[in-house]
Design a protein around this ligand. Structure first.
Ligand SMILES: [Zn+2]
Length: 187
């Protein structure tokens, strides 16, 4: 079963590519990519307790991490609409093939994906496995990119009906409301 906490790690991983460019409180947000060097990936994985301090990411790990991140982002965008499953996680197959994962049953017999290696590849495998597990449990559909074009922050939709569209109603939801209002006034 995937918990929101496990999906929060996936969201964090996807948000290492910060695409936000909106203006808020008079200041433009400048995003950026937090995974540019192998050292960036090492730091991120240590911070998220996915590797120990002795492990180091190499260039091929970074490339695999970036590929997984991009594939998961594309997968989310491929959904038909709010929470409607599409061919989404099919996109991740390229990365999955290169990750050390196998199927194993846990103590109550439920099959799951487990990493077959330690270190950085095993840690990336854990992130991918959390997404796949979430697909099995139905919670993957609640991981979304904010609908605001100038935001696209990845968030876990905890709304009751799963129809949330904004990472923050207060920020992105309101900006959209104002835009819609102005468009209506202009028309
Ligand atoms: Zn947003």
């Amino acid at each position: 079963m995937s918990t929101p906490q496990q999906l929060a790690v996936v969201a964090d991983f996807l948000n290492t590519l910060d695409l936000r460019s909106y203006v808020r409180h008079g200041r433009r947000h400048h995003g950026g990519d937090a995974l540019i060097t192998p050292g960036d990936l090492t730091r991120w994985l240590v911070e998220h307790h996915l590797i120990n301090h002795r492990s180091r990411a190499h260039l091929n790990d970074l490339e695999l991490g970036q590929e997984l991140r991009e594939a998961l982002r594309v997968a989310m965008r491929l959904r038909a609409g709010d929470g409607v499953p599409g061919p989404d996680l099919f996109e991740v197959n390229g990365a999955l093939e290169r990750l050390p994962l196998r199927v194993a049953c846990d103590s109550d017999g439920t099959p799951g994906l487990v990493p077959e290696a330690d270190g950085v590849p095993g840690a990336l495998a854990l992130v991918a496995a959390a997404a796949v597990r979430a697909q099995w449990s139905g919670s993957w559909a609640r991981l979304k990119e904010c609908a605001a074009e100038d935001c696209r922050w990845v968030f876990y939709d905890s709304s009751r009906n799963g129809g949330g569209r904004w990472c923050s109603m207060e920020a992105c939801g309101n900006r959209d409301k104002i835009r819609t209002y102005r468009a209506r006034q202009a028309a």
